[in-house]
Design a protein around this ligand. Structure first.
Ligand code: NDP
Length: 421
């Protein structure tokens, strides 16, 4: 299937291409064309104090290759250039065989925090002696997950001290199968709370899932033939070396690290929203993982192998996404996203999302170390400025074109151009 020139097609043509490629049913294609995406009454049942619907652009990255399989990836973002950048980087990586992605583990961690512990040594020994019983209590609190092949797997504890207080923290790790697992974990942890209080002669402060999801790590990597980075091989080599240096810089400087990781999440958030996943949870997981060594660092690593002219990229981060639960079954736009992706299970979805994050990072670093980020960004930003100035759909291209040639690309200039048009 060819997606050549996809970005030049009309919205209807793009939907037809996806339908003809077997990625969209007739019903879903019609829903996209007619914008029948979320029923207002269903939306009203999803949240509190509901007023109406809030729309965002729903786009598609035509092709990304992950573990030798190609996917078209729905992306929901309001930011110009994110989809174009990810598409471009995915195309480059595809020329070198695409991304490889591994699920290192897939369990969710929750915690019961105890304080005012009478005797810490006795309390921790009691937990160690009762581990099997505690796991049974946890599983009894959400037995259906056992039937699905999951369940509580491990109990451990740590002592943490702060501001003169000693906390005994009990961690529970659970195989949540296809769910993100917040409710499974919280049911289990709340069942453990009173028992742990009694067992440790302590006061329980809270029992809740943790978003520092270190038992749900996913790694994406790629090996790019450097010649594919630029038509001029020497220029391509310079770019590869600078991408390597940029990834080192993102580990050295927190000001850069935050922006480096924000760029990764440009892509990750866009598919998380499209796939109905809790993007706040994955953001929290990614940023806390970036600070796991006590210093906040860039999440990706790029290494330029000069001898073989290969640029190696790697991104490891927690990706506890779900293929069921939350709003996934409720929002038709989300169902369409899963349909376009081929209804992947949670692990496959996590592999696609992490690979997309690495593609987004490659695009940002490549632009930053070569022509700079503004050239591409402002090119697309011109359209938003034209719209903000009040241009009608059929005037946008003309205003944006003139705006790109103007000395100062801002709203005032866009308004002046619009008057002339
Ligand atoms: P749900 O409770 O909506 O869905 C999970 C449930 O789906 C499971 O408990 C299970 O219930 C059922 N299920 C059906 N098929 C499967 C399967 N194959 N594998 C696993 N479960 C299956 O969602 P989650 O518990 O996953 O929680 C996610 C929601 O919680 C999100 O909306 C999130 O925003 C929110 N949340 C997040 C928090 C955080 O991140 N800190 C805190 C609190 C809430 P059963 O087996 O009984 O049928």
């Amino acid at each position: 299937m060819t997606f050549s020139g996809f970005y030049k097609k009309t919205r209807e043509e793009r939907i037809t291409i996806l339908k003809e490629a077997g990625l969209l049913s007739q019903e879903s294609a019609s829903s996209l064309i007619n914008k029948e995406l979320l029923n207002v009454d269903i939306a009203g049942q999803m949240v509190e104090n509901h007023l109406s619907l809030f729309a965002l652009p729903y786009s598609i990255l035509p092709q990304i290759m992950v573990n030798n399989k190609t996917y078209s990836v729905p992306m929901v973002t309001e930011e110009p250039s994110v989809v174009a950048a990810a598409s471009n980087a995915s195309k480059i990586v595809m020329q070198s065989g695409g991304f490889t992605s591994q699920i290192l583990k897939r369990e969710m961690i929750g915690q019961v925090a105890l304080y005012d512990v009478e005797d810490m040594e006795l309390a921790t020994k009691s937990i160690d002696l009762k581990k099997d019983y505690l796991l049974q209590v946890a599983n009894a609190a959400h037995p259906s997950i056992l039937k699905r092949g999951g369940g509580a797997r491990e109990i451990s504890w740590e002592i943490k001290s702060e501001s003169g207080l000693d906390f005994l923290v009990v961690y529970l790790s659970v195989d949540v199968q296809e769910a993100m697992g917040a409710n499974i974990l919280n049911n289990m942890l709340e069942a453990l709370k009173a028992i742990l209080e009694e067992l440790t002669s302590a006061t329980a402060l809270m029992a809740i899932l943790s978003n520092h999801a270190t038992n749900s790590l996913v790694r994406a990597s790629c090996k790019i033939e450097v010649g594919t980075l630029d038509t001029d091989l020497e220029q391509a080599r310079k770019i590869a070396r600078k991408i390597e240096v940029a990834s080192i810089f993102a580990k050295a400087d927190i000001y850069r690290a935050a922006t480096h990781n924000k760029g990764i999440f440009n892509g990750i958030d866009a598919i998380l929203i499209a796939s109905g996943n809790d993007w706040r949870a994955i953001e929290a997981a990614g940023h806390s993982y970036a600070a796991k060594d006590g210093k906040y660092k860039g999440l990706s690593t790029w290494i330029y192998d000069k001898e073989n002219d290969i640029l190696h990229g790697e991104l490891t981060l927690p990706m506890p996404v779900a293929s069921v639960g939350g709003s996934i079954g409720l929002n038709p736009s989300v169902k369409i996203c899963h349909e376009i992706l081929g209804k992947p299970k949670a692990k496959e979805l996590a592999a696609i999302i992490t690979s997309l994050g690495l593609a987004q990072n490659l695009a940002a670093l490549k632009a930053l170390v070569s022509k700079g980020i503004q050239a591409g960004h402002m090119k697309l930003q011109a359209k938003s400025l034209a719209l903000l100035a009040g241009a009608k759909t059929d005037q946008v291209e003309e205003v944006a074109d003139k705006l790109r040639q103007a000395k100062h690309m801002n709203l005032e200039t866009a308004q002046k151009i619009l008057i002339e048009v």
